[in-house]
Design a protein around this ligand. Structure first.
Ligand SMILES: Nc1nc2c(c(=O)[nH]1)N[C@H]1C(S)=C(S)[C@@H](COP(=O)(O)O)O[C@H]1N2
Ligand SMILES: [Mo]
Length: 238
């Protein structure tokens, strides 16, 4: 397939996914509510499979110039900005679980001491807005190898300080632009924007970028996610 054909097919898959998963869209036959639900879940699962098959781990998300950065950035969460969790950076620990050999929790200082990378990329929210930001941190692939994660597993899952959770496929986890971000615009992340550690994965939609991560696990058991479990497509990549 040419990149254009691939793109066209992907756009169709995305459009189909959007049409079948938009919350509040009334697709229910009152006489057969379960039937509609089963249909939607089957379509959604099919959509995830198609997206994953089309995903090329060597394709990079677009990057931008410093003058294109959206400043101030835009906040989003399932609550308002004043309710964002505040994590004490001094006592913070990133807990590890699942198929990871060395599950010693990580302090923020230890994470900051690892080799860092920086990116100017776009965050796209399903609500219909996008921002460009500069995030720096540790490539997730480096981190997973360092802690002895079994990278033949299917999923990497994340639990957050606010109860939010999400998960990504291993192929996307190992993509070079997927990072455990520690900084925004060269300064430590602030509480509403994911302090002290968030995932930045510019190949996926905003809701696949969990903020204020407290636990990371590697697993073959489908972990779902906060929005994913409410019908948003799990893969949600481009
Ligand atoms: N912990 C946590 N992470 C989260 C969310 C959340 O509610 N809680 N919302 C997600 C959504 S829907 C989006 S669009 C982005 C927004 O990130 P931003 O506030 O840095 O723009 O965070 C994602 N990560
Ligand atoms: Mo979002």
């Amino acid at each position: 397939m040419s990149p254009i054909q691939r793109r066209a097919l992907l756009m169709r898959a995305l459009a189909l996914g959007a049409a079948t998963t938009l919350p509040g869209c009334n697709y229910e036959d009152p006489n057969h509510p379960d039937l509609a639900d089963d249909f939607l879940h089957a379509m959604s699962y099919w959509n995830d499979r198609v997206q994953q098959a089309l995903f090329d781990p060597h394709t990079l998300a677009p990057t931008f110039r410093p003058d294109q950065i959206t400043n101030p950035p835009r906040f989003n969460a399932f609550y308002s900005i004043s309710q964002a969790p505040v994590v004490d950076p001094a006592t913070y620990r990133l807990q590890l679980g699942g198929q990871i050999r060395d599950q010693t929790p990580w302090t923020l200082a230890a994470l900051n001491a690892l080799p860092q990378t920086s990116q100017i990329t776009r965050l796209v929210c399903v609500e219909g807005w996008r921002v460009i930001g500069q995030w720096s941190g540790v490539p997730l692939s480096d981190f997973l190898r360092r802690v002895g994660a079994d990278t033949t597993c299917r999923y990497v899952s994340f639990q957050c300080a606010d109860g939010y959770y999400s998960s990504i496929d291993m192929e996307s986890a190992l993509q070079p632009q997927t990072i455990l971000a520690l900084q925004f615009l060269g300064a430590p992340l602030t509480p509403p924007f994911g302090a002290p550690v968030r995932l930045r994965i510019p190949t996926k939609l905003g809701f696949k970028n969990p903020k204020s991560i407290v636990q990371l696990a590697v697993t073959n058991v489908y972990p779902g996610g906060y929005w994913e479990d409410q019908g948003y497509n799990w893969f949600s990549g481009s």
